[in-house]
Design a protein around this ligand. Structure first.
Ligand SMILES: [Zn+2]
Length: 80
């Protein structure tokens, strides 16, 4: 079995480990409210997904008919 030739000093070990860190990945800003949200997830803040409201304020699904009405009334800023 391979054996280290030299002991790694505390400093070298700690210097190496300064690069071991977690990074927050996959966060994007909501196109509607600007909050930081997970990519490809419904915004928990405003209930929008891909520029459309899919959840109301109580967290319930917005029906397809309602969504069409919302899109028709608020489509000025949304471009597709
Ligand atoms: Zn949002």
């Amino acid at each position: 079995m391979a054996v280290p030739q030299r002991r790694i000093s505390k400093t070298r070990k700690r210097l190496r480990r300064t690069h071991f860190k977690l990074s927050v990945t996959g966060l994007v800003t909501c196109s509607n409210c600007g909050a930081m949200i997970k990519a490809h997830h419904v915004c928990p803040n405003c209930g929008y997904y891909a520029g459309k409201q899919v959840l109301d304020k109580n967290g319930k699904l917005v029906s397809a008919e309602q969504a069409k009405k919302e899109a028709a009334s608020g489509k000025k800023s949304a471009n597709k």
